[in-house]
Design a protein around this ligand. Structure first.
Ligand code: NAD
Ligand code: MG
Length: 377
């Protein structure tokens, strides 16, 4: 189950989405607060702290921008803060950096009731969540995402973890936060390129299950790119609602949650094939979704008209719609590295139409090959 509400506070308009994981034995519903300028509203965080003590994990880019604001707000409410500042970059999402978090938590005698706050993008969120899942066998955890991607995707749903030299996100745990706080004002310092990468995942929600949201995005893309606060908040809210509904139905990805991987099998191949960091994840997902749409059309699912709209919205968003020129053999080889490979068969998320995705394990090799040689070479 799931619900969403708007509430007007004296200071800011804020929206609350409740992620309700009622299917599990433990009671683990939690709120996502979305609004402009809510970072300083420590009173939202306070009820979720079992002890007036937190550790705030951030990185060298985000901490100078937002750590003080958050720390002062919390300290004004009598909360003691231990700051933990990590180096910035996907390459630090590893055991060594995780261990630095444990070092700091132990050194400062953080206890079972000390809450760990993740202040940053998806890298900080994933690392911190995994640290919270495993430190003292699990301590309370709060997500304060500061990239668009983290606000609409990685902070919601409870996947946490780190990379292994042999594969991305290969070590981790499902661990749900006590709350998520998405302040869209923090996005004003984000680069245009990172903003667009987040928009790719937003468009994805429209494509897999929310055609009305897709229409709305077509109409409001320019205002979204211009960071119009009302449009940003609405895009974040609709994205979180969609992700929360999927996660509430299928927390551990045994079914519908896999639809969130639309474009990701191709996307991961692109990221891998180009060398990590050359394409941002959202850029690879955009080109990957266009490939998935082309494959869907060749499987006689989606219409040509819909494929045209898909290309158009991604190019409007300034995202790549052409997959890089790797050979089809190269793509096939890179795609077998993907986690969704089940007993040697690659399962694809395809589109029946805009707003409806489907998982298929019956894509003939010839059709896949044809799509790749037509569209990616
Ligand atoms: P990121 O965390 O690396 O952030 C991108 C860059 O923006 C970094 O340099 C960061 O320091 C900087 N930054 C963050 N907030 C900023 C701000 N407000 N102003 C200026 N700069 C800011 O990347 P990301 O795109 O946020 O997250 C990617 C990570 O998320 C990947 O590791 C991916 O595996 C993970 N992820 C996890 C899930 C999940 O379900 N857990 C889902 C999607 C992605
Ligand atoms: Mg993704």
């Amino acid at each position: 189950t799931f619900n969403s509400s708007k509430c007007n506070s004296n200071k800011n308009t804020m929206q609350t989405i409740t992620v309700d994981l009622a299917s599990s034995s433990e009671q683990r519903s939690y709120p996502i607060y979305i609004g402009s300028g809510i970072l300083e509203r420590a009173e939202l965080i306070l009820p979720h702290l079992p002890q007036k003590r937190v550790a705030i994990v951030s990185n060298t880019t985000v901490a100078p921008l937002y750590m003080e604001k958050l720390r002062i707000a919390l300290e004004n409410h009598g909360v003691t803060c231990v700051p933990i500042i990590l180096p910035d970059g996907e390459e630090y999402k590893d055991w060594e950096t995780l261990n630095k978090i444990f070092d700091a938590l132990l050194k400062h005698h953080c206890e079972r009731n000390t809450t760990i706050l993740a202040l940053g993008g998806g890298v900080v969120g994933d690392l911190t969540g995994f640290a919270a899942a495993t430190y003292l066998r699990g301590v309370p955890f709060i997500q304060i995402p500061t990239t668009l991607l983290a606000q609409v995707d990685s902070s919601v749903g409870g996947k946490t973890g780190i990379n292994h030299p042999l594969g991305k996100n290969m070590i981790g745990a499902f661990y749900q936060p006590r709350m998520v706080m998405a302040d869209s004002v923090t996005l004003n310092t984000l680069s245009d390129r990172e903003l667009r990468a987040g928009i790719a995942e937003i468009i994805k929600y429209g494509l897999i299950r929310d055609p009305v949201f897709f229409d709305w995005l077509e109409q409001n893309m320019m205002r979204l790119l211009a960071r119009d606060p009302a449009i940003l908040n609405e895009a974040i809210r609709r994205s979180c609602e969609n992700k929360a509904q999927i996660v509430a139905t299928d927390e551990r990805e045994s079914g519908v949650r896999a639809l969130l991987n639309l474009g990701h099998t191709f996307g991961h191949a692109i990221e891998n094939g180009m060398g990590y960091g050359v394409w941002l994840h959202g850029e690879a997902v955009a080109a990957g979704i266009v490939l998935a749409a082309e494959l869907s059309r060749r499987m006689k699912l989606i219409s040509e008209t819909d494929v045209v709209r898909i290309r158009k919205i991604f190019s409007q968003a300034g995202l790549p719609i052409h997959a890089p020129k790797l050979t089809p053999e190269n793509y096939l080889q890179l795609m077998t590295l993907d986690k969704k490979v089940d007993a040697g068969r690659t399962r694809f998320i395809l589109l029946n139409r805009i707003g409806e995705a489907v998982m298929r394990a019956d894509v003939p090799r010839a059709v896949l090959f044809e799509t790749l040689s037509d569209c990616a070479t």
